[in-house]
Write a protein that binds this ligand. Sequence first.
Ligand code: NAX
Length: 346
Amino acid sequence: MLNKVGTCALRTPAEEKDRTMTAPLTVSVTGAAGNIGYALLFRLASGSCFGPDQPIRLRLLEIPPAMGALEGVVMELMDSAFPLVHSIDISDDPNIAFEGCQRAFLVGSRPRTANMDRADLIKVNGPIFTGQGRALNDHAADDLRVIVVGNPCNTNALIAMHSAPDVPNERFTAMTRLDQNRAIGQICGKLDCQASDVSRMGIWGNHSNTMFPDYHHARVNGRPLTDLVSADWLAGEFLQTVATRGKAIINARGASSAASAASAAVDHMALWEAGTAADDWTSMAVPSRGEYGLPEGLIYSFPVTVTGGEYSIVAGLEHSETAMTKLRATADELVAERNAVAELLG
Ligand code: NAX
């Protein structure tokens, strides 16, 4: 059922004229009443992702028990009077929430509960992404771009991609930018530098503790990171901290990462839109085609550059045998996840 909650129209005539010059972008967010949704929606509405001149239409999806909470979130969005928010629609039907969708943030999924392992999580969440993939296939706009945040995000993106045969595969991506940002944060803490000093911090593989934050190619103010900190710290505490950061946040906060996850989703989509800086990369889990001798047909995180809204996997990087072993191990985990959902991949 479509529940049209509201359209903001708090503009001066001059603002209204400007607004009509840039067509609104239709942005769908699933799991919109959840923790990440609560942080993400206000960043999208304020222009952090698509820029200060880009109006948006928000189309928000939730499951029926969360529709009441979602109405509360929408009230707060309206109460924020964001000039860029053209309209807000909410629904519990993906066919409606993805109508005309140009940018999709697939955040909603079932959280892992006690006694549930990763394989169980994959099985309960898989069907959500077949349904949403089909709905995107049938109702989204031609210029659709998708980021999957809901875990296990790589494999959920793979399922959605397979369920949307009319959408080009490369439009389906999953989020590993949070892992990249976590790695950058650790480097800043160690070297007492700024995030903007760190470049080329690529994440490889699965968004799980098998992913590999590739410190060998990272730079700080143009210098190799490996020249600035010890190999022991990089191979030990650094990798361990990045891999277990989500758990550390749950232990400290009593709740999982939300604002940082929303911020990473904004970074992912904003860079896909605006492009990466000349000498920098961003990490995105994207369809693999056998790059670096890794298996084809996974949603695998690589460092990418982006120009004109198109991303390209960074080619020609050299990896040590130890690093290659890690790249293959995280690919093996993704292959196992793919095998576990084989019946959903048509
Ligand atoms: P919450 O449980 O707070 O919110 C999830 C929301 O999704 C709920 O409101 C729920 O009603 C909704 N939902 C469930 N099934 C749905 C469906 N079929 N359609 C639409 N909505 C549905 O979780 P939150 O903290 O917001 O996390 C969301 C997801 O992000 C989880 O799967 C989580 O594991 C994942 N994460 C992914 C990260 C990444 O880096 N890729 C990091 C952060 C986070 O752990």
